[in-house]
Ligand binder design. Structure first.
Ligand code: DX5
Ligand code: ZN
Length: 229
């Protein structure tokens, strides 16, 4: 994975057909997805439950781009190796998931994956100040985690602060939650480069009408690139 700050669209399969993940992943990648965002939820850290390592392992052969795994779980450390074995390219842990995020990020990298750290809306950018040299990605939640289709919470001030803190380090700023053609320009202008979108990508489409996914992805990308962010 080479690093660049060009806009990337990472559809979240949380909004996909749960009975057809393989075909859905192939469809979004064929229609322009840059990454595939995989939302792991444990029903403890967030009030929802999705899937774990066996499912992520089953997704892997269908992902030709980057499998960006977002862990909304606590604790994280006991499961890191299982997600490495499942084939995650990026593994993102929430800074709120435990007391030792510094060690968690070290362990993710030691397991051979890129390390991401996620911040809930109520967590300040400063929470990752001492983690930046261990991170390849900072995920700024713009919804309270657990569900797709929620209303965007404006975190542009936090994004700008993070962009300033990161400087020229090769660290992606990922936005997750409520991203659509209206909100994408706001966060791109503030310095974000990876845009996760679930409902805004999958809405109105299906594996039988994948061109709708393509049009949705294109609309988000065009809106983000329309700013000088
Ligand atoms: C929420 C997940 C997000 C969500 C995005 O907890 O982390 O990735 O699936 O879905 P939308 O884009 O519909 O807000
Ligand atoms: Zn997510």
């Amino acid at each position: 994975m080479s690093f660049d700050r060009t806009i990337k669209i990472a559809p979240s399969i949380l909004s996909a057909d749960f009975a057809n993940f393989g075909a859905e992943i192939q469809a979004i990648e064929a229609q322009g997805a840059d990454w595939v965002h995989v939302d792991v939820m444990d029903g403890h850290f967030v009030p929802n439950l999705t899937f774990g390592p066996p499912a992520v392992k089953a997704f892997r052969p269908h992902v030709k781009t980057v499998m960006d795994v977002h862990l909304m779980i606590a604790p994280v450390d006991p499961y890191i190796q299982a997600y490495a074995d499942a084939g995650a390219d990026i593994l993102t842990a929430h800074v709120e998931a435990g007391a030792h995020t510094h060690r968690t990020l070290q362990a993710i990298r030691a397991a051979g994956m890129k390390a991401g750290v996620a911040l809930n809306p109520g967590t300040p950018a400063e929470a990752v100040e001492h983690l930046l040299d261990l991170a390849d990605l900072v995920c700024v939640m713009t919804v309270n985690p657990g569900f797709g289709g929620q209303k965007f919470i404006d975190m542009t001030g936090k994004v700008r602060k993070l962009r300033q803190m990161i400087g020229d380090r090769p660290i992606h700023i990922e936005i997750d939650g409520g991203v659509d053609p209206q909100t994408a320009p706001l966060v791109a202008a503030a310095g974000a480069d990876v845009l996760v979108a679930g409902s805004a990508v999958f809405k109105g489409g299906s594996v039988d009408t994948p061109e709708v996914y393509g049009a949705n992805i294109h609309a988000i990308r065009a809106a983000a690139e329309s700013t000088n962010g």
